[in-house]
Design a protein around this ligand. Structure first.
Ligand SMILES: [Mg+2]
Length: 360
């Protein structure tokens, strides 16, 4: 293993309950209350939940109706992405004072490679401490930080004692830490894979480590190699300062297949919020809308429309997607899945690292 890549100093910064914390910061009347940022309408989706709401089981991406059932006193506020984006820029300016190697993952989350840091602080932990303090001072918001020798472990570390935490996983701790980690806490293991792994007797990193690379590949396909590596605390992915997402999409599979336009349009409706919020959260504006239908025989059809410029708003996304759907009618078979995605992004790049005069 190339020691240069194997032992980087990586910080993962993740703002705590970001959208909800911004809303509570800006409206004192919301502080201490179970709060959901997102649409309260019938088909709304929770974009973010305050810690008070999470106690009731409210989670982001949950349908608002479900959230309200779990927490009848839940307060809803509309997202203000322009405010979140402005805060995000502020925290990125803070990052840029410490390193040029910043990989934003979301408005509230980034990986920083601080193997060499611009302030000449003695350790990555000191850099993480400074960043957390600067974020609090400048934005009034709390960030959790994970410090480790690769991205996988830095992410695990930032999540470990959240909220309001700084946690360090040293090279000496890494392999044991991963061995004890519940499989659902592995970044890259979603709920579906988690369930599958548990059925196969994989509950922790140690269980995962017992599998050969061949068996992992047979069982999990191309993700097998990743699982094999991270089960050992190994992750060679570099921090990429400019990461471009190719598309943001959402889809839903039906319990009952249908060929009716109104039914399909209704099932598409909640996906618009997800896609639009996902793109907004990443500061991305796409100009291509793609609609996907999968039929009961698993055949699939996609239709796409590209505009000259970015899709202006959620309503336009909806209109274009419904036009594309209408163009497929009449259907000769029932559909079992519908999806919509946005692509063709001109990413609003986070401002490049500030040129810091060396030797000042
Ligand atoms: Mg966060």
């Amino acid at each position: 293993m190339d020691p240069e890549v194997a032992l980087r100093k990586i910080i993962h910064i993740d703002m705590d309950a970001f959208y909800a914390s911004v809303e509570q910061r800006d409206d004192p009347a919301l502080r201490g209350l179970p709060l959901a940022v997102g649409g309260s309408r019938e088909r709304g989706v929770v974009a973010a939940a305050s810690y008070e709401a999470r106690k009731f089981g409210v989670r982001s991406a949950m349908p608002s109706a479900t959230a309200r059932r779990l927490c009848p006193d839940l307060r809803f506020v509309k997202p203000r992405f322009e405010v979140y984006r402005a805060v995000s820029e502020e925290i990125r300016e803070i990052f840029a004072r410490h390193t040029a190697l910043i990989e934003p993952v979301a408005l509230d989350e980034a990986y920083l490679d601080v193997t060499e840091n611009l302030q000449g602080l003695p350790t990555a932990t000191a850099v993480a401490k400074a960043i957390r303090a600067e974020i609090l001072e400048r934005t009034g918001l709390i960030a959790s930080a994970g410090v480790s020798y690769n991205k996988f472990l830095a992410k695990v570390a930032s999540d470990h004692r959240k909220p309001d935490a700084l946690f360090v996983i040293t090279p000496a701790m890494g392999p044991d830490f991963v061995a004890e980690l519940p499989i659902g806490r592995f970044h890259g293991v979603g709920p579906v894979t988690e369930a599958k792994m548990k059925r196969l007797g994989i509950r922790t990193g140690a269980d995962l480590r017992a599998w050969t690379p061949e068996r992992l590949r047979e069982t999990f396909g191309s993700a097998g190699a990743y699982y094999h590596a991270v089960a050992r605390g190994i992750d060679m992915r570099p921090v990429r300062a400019h990461r471009i997402r190719k598309s943001i999409g959402a889809e839903t599979t039906f319990s009952d297949d249908t060929a009716a336009f109104e039914v399909l349009a209704a099932r598409l409706a909640p996906l618009f919020d997800k896609v639009w919020a996902g793109a907004a959260a990443k500061g991305m504006r796409g100009r291509t809308v793609t609609l996907k239908l999968k039929f009961s025989d698993f055949a699939q059809v996609t239709r796409a429309k590209s505009l000259a410029g970015p899709v202006a708003d959620r309503a336009s996304l909806e209109r274009i997607a419904l036009d594309l759907l209408a163009g497929l009618f009449p259907l000769r078979r029932s559909a079992r899945l519908i999806g919509v995605s946005l692509s063709g992004f001109a990413q609003e790049e986070p401002e490049g690292p500030r040129q810091l005069g060396l030797g000042l």
